[in-house]
Design a binder for this molecule. Sequence first.
Ligand code: TYM
Length: 413
Amino acid sequence: MNEAKKARVFSGIQPSGDIHIGNYLGAIKKWVDLIEEHDSIFCIVDDHAITVEYEAKKLPERTFEAAAAVMACGLDPSSDNCTLFVQSHVSAHTELTWLFNTITPLGSLFRMTQFKEKSRNALAKILAKESGEARSTVLHELKNTGLQTAEAIEALRPRIEALVPEADEVDEGLLAALNDGLGSVMQGLQVGLGVSGASTGLFDYPVLQAADILLYRASLVPVGEDQEQHLELCREIAGRFNKKFKKRIFPLAQRVPGEAPRIMGLDGKQKMSKSLNNHIGVLDPPKLVEKKIMRAFTDPQRVRREDPGRPEVCNIHRLHRFFSSPAQADELDEGCRQAAIGCGDCKKILAGNVNAALGPIRERADYLKAHPGDVIDALDQGAARCRTLAAQTMDEVHEAMGIGSKALHRFCK
Ligand code: TYM
């Protein structure tokens, strides 16, 4: 492999369930395109997957399946420019995370919307199980708690303002009332945001992601739109490190958009996601794909067959744009507006086209599952190469930060 001068690509995927068409269209398809022209490193991020509830016994199988699925999608680690490995097989990822933690302000992490979303969803799942209520109801209640907390903060405003002008002579009674008020605001915020039960690892997730990218000094990161905020943090960390330690060690990595920045789930409400069970897995059997599509949400205003539809609000139409030919998608668009075609027929055509596109991926995945050695060998070789690259970066990081045995030995000479 020619290590020099090719812009480096890095991206990752969690082994936390079925790889779905959102992952494929938002990221993996782009990974495959970029390989030819770039030194490309791809990672199954198991250290990230353990930041939420998971079954340890099932994780090795999931990790294997994720690796086999991305290979089946077209990633070929035997080609010169492509490296695939498992994150936990290269321990420098977690080491660099710790070092980055020391220069990452808490405030930057509190801004991360994925942390708030994921922790709130996890809490809602637990509370729904305990109470027997629907998860959506519990989520709604949690959001309400957040709103009430905002009102409580508003109510505290006059007290805070009363304190400010006389900061030298603080009224003890007022201060005590303020403290009490703030205590309940903090509690409300934690419950409202769902962050109280979240792990520190989930909070720190974006720093680990920055370490993944910067360990290899990658400058291009093909990911879906939902990762943009994490990439901003990655640039913030790289910039801060370079400035603080007066060395330009890290690049400011940019997102490379995939074919679809954000694929919506079959519920039509939220983005397609493994945890929301609103997805089409790239390895779902044809019958299941058809069943899922036939049940999918469409234009809510098209109640009867003869009602004209609005393709611009229909997720099935959006999917036609990715899986059907432009001419067929245009024809279906027109047919829907004129009520010349019903949702059932439109869905059947989509299911046929999705199955045709996923067929070769399923075949390759079946082959790899029957030949697990091919996957394991690729992952072992990938990890070996990554350990070497990571060690070079860690040497420079240690040197810059004044830690590690080399710096101490030099001092003692
Ligand atoms: P993960 O496993 O959640 O998602 C993997 C990739 O799929 C994209 N994606 C989507 N794109 C479009 N529409 C959707 N509905 C959709 N759902 C998921 C994600 O944007 C992602 O590109 N944090 C990362 C994993 C990661 C990583 C990294 C990525 C860890 N370290 C370093 C890049 C670089 C994630 O969420 O993966």
